[in-house]
Write a protein that binds this ligand. Structure first.
Ligand SMILES: Cc1cc2nc3c(=O)[nH]c(=O)nc-3n(C[C@H](O)[C@H](O)[C@H](O)COP(=O)(O)OP(=O)(O)OC[C@H]3O[C@@H](n4cnc5c(N)ncnc54)[C@H](O)[C@@H]3O)c2cc1C
Length: 469
């Protein structure tokens, strides 16, 4: 068995792994990334948030993604219950707020190749099987190459970016918990020749609620991604009525008048894909010598298209924390506390918004006012819909990571968790009960106590890192 050594070992080359590796590689650290697949590989998660632009600039991948010709996205059009929301990012947050709708096979490959260009040693077809610890600190990983040969690598720091596999949280530490409230299934397929609903901003995602779930309708460069999300029990009950998954999916899509309209001239291309039980959270996202970034730490229902944002955002903050700790600019505990706090905060805020939409939706005005309470007072917008858009573009997270007093706004999240802990309000609960205990538990953790956070900010120059103000 061959044994090698690296300063930072990254498991997984999705958006989280490629981003954290590229940023650390750019800062001059010795980084090795092990990826199980050989890219390009298929992945769901196509609709990106505006936050990706600044993060891609910091990882060195922006120009390469820009050159790939993905469809530009400038907002969303949401039909939820009886409301229609047209969220035009340029009008609501910033004229430069846009992103892309991407083919993830191509997007993820660009990010992985970019990591290699930033000096990262990238090995594809490399599956991490086992992590060994010195106390609570991971120090060695065993992995197998495509031909099955076992290899060992030692490291000073480990970043788990293994996505839903959660190598650390699920396979080694047993600290991952499913969300009782989002026991959903998603089914989706691709169509050519479709169009967007009238009134959609350029390249917008369309989100359409139904009595028992919701559809996404996403314009990619050459086709549309059309998916349906519902509770897995609802889906299982209906399933025997159809001879195949494809027949079931087509019946759901064709049963919706709005979709029939935009797919009237469109052609469906098999196969239909499905995923279920994808919402969970780990009890903690970091520990001595390790962080969990992206889906390896937590995943939230895809209603607000937050997955890649949280993956790349946690990767950026994780890279800042690891870099500062390894360069001796900040003690590791403190740097990791900042990572833990910011990632939990971003995740919890999105969780509150998604949960509210599923469970206690009382119309868009109440919903937007609630968003107003969840942003930092310095960045709060005068009009509630703007605060909401600021959050759901991921821009509030990025801006707030550079604020010395990140605690502001967290109180509202904690109150929300306490409120839900005392019992949800009822409302439209067709997707199952809402359980906010995961948020509540996150904020009771000593790692996220307020005093740990005082005055720490993320900076991106002269090098990405953390500073004590
Ligand atoms: C139905 C559905 C719809 C979604 N829609 C959206 C959307 O519109 N927009 C959005 O932003 N997000 C969406 N998401 C979420 C998005 O797919 C994920 O959040 C995102 O891919 C997370 O990135 P990641 O890098 O953390 O993980 P991944 O992209 O999953 O990457 C993890 C990588 O780790 C590798 N790996 C796993 N185990 C090992 C191992 N043992 N050794 C080595 N490598 C390993 C895998 O091969 C993989 O390449 C959706 C998710 C679902 C389920």
């Amino acid at each position: 068995m061959s044994v090698s050594r690296t300063t930072v070992l990254v498991i997984g080359g999705g958006p989280a792994g490629s981003t954290i590796a590229a940023m650390l590689g750019r800062s001059g650290l010795d980084v090795t990334l092990l990826e199980r697949a050989v890219f390009p590989r298929y992945h769901i998660g196509e609709s990106l948030l505006a936050s990706c632009l600044s993060i891609l600039r910091l990882s060195g991948a922006f120009d390469k993604v820009e050159a790939a010709g993905f469809r530009r996205k400038r907002g969303s059009l949401i039909h939820w219950a009886d409301d229609e929301w047209i969220l035009d990012w340029a009008k609501l947050v910033d004229p430069d707020a846009w992103s892309w709708q991407v083919d993830r096979a191509a997007y993820d490959e660009i990010l992985l190749r970019n990591a290699a260009e930033q000096g990262v040693k990238v090995i594809e077809g490399a599956t991490v099987k086992k992590i060994e610890f010195d106390g609570a600190r991971p120090v060695r990983a065993t992995w197998t190459a495509t031909d099955g040969t076992p290899q060992t690598i030692t490291c000073d720091f480990l970043a788990d970016a293994s996505g839903r596999n959660s190598v650390l949280a699920k396979q080694h530490l047993n600290i991952r918990r499913p969300h009782q409230s989002f026991q959903n299934i998603a089914v989706w397929g691709y169509w050519t020749g479709a169009r967007l609903l009238p009134g959609s901003p350029e390249g917008a995602i369309n989100v359409l609620s139904t009595p028992q779930g919701w559809f996404w309708h996403i314009p990619l460069a050459d086709k549309y991604s059309v998916g349906y999300v519902t509770h897995r029990d609802v889906f299982a009950e209906q399933r025997p009525q159809y001879a195949s998954l494809e027949e079931h999916y087509l019946s759901l899509v064709n049963g919706d008048e709005r979709l029939r309209g935009v797919l009237v001239d469109a052609i469906f291309t098999a196969p239909v894909r499905a995923e279920q039980d994808y919402s969970y959270v780990a009890d903690r996202f970091s520990g001595p010598g390790h962080v969990m970034v992206g889906d390896a730490a937590c995943f939230l229902d895809p209603l607000l298209s937050t997955g890649v944002h949280l993956a790349q955002y946690s990767a950026m903050v994780g890279a800042a924390a690891i870099g500062s700790a390894l360069r001796g600019e900040m003690v590791e505990d403190k740097a990791l506390a900042f990572f833990e706090y910011t990632y939990r905060r971003a995740y919890s805020r999105m969780l509150v918004l998604v949960s509210r939409m599923y469970e206690a939706y009382n119309g868009r005005d109440e919903y937007f006012w609630q968003s107003q309470k969840l942003v930092h007072s310095d960045t709060r917008q005068p009009v509630p819909v703007r605060s909401f858009t600021d959050i759901i573009t991921g821009l509030a997270d990025v801006r707030e990571s550079a604020k010395a007093d990140l605690r502001v706004g967290t109180d509202a999240l904690v109150n929300e968790a306490e409120f839900e802990q005392d019992g949800p309000t009822g409302g439209n609960r067709y997707m199952g009960g809402i359980d906010m205990s995961s948020i509540w538990d996150l904020w009771r953790d000593p790692m996220t106590q307020d005093d740990v956070m005082d005055g720490i900010v993320m900076v991106d120059s002269p090098v990405l890192g953390l500073q004590q103000r």
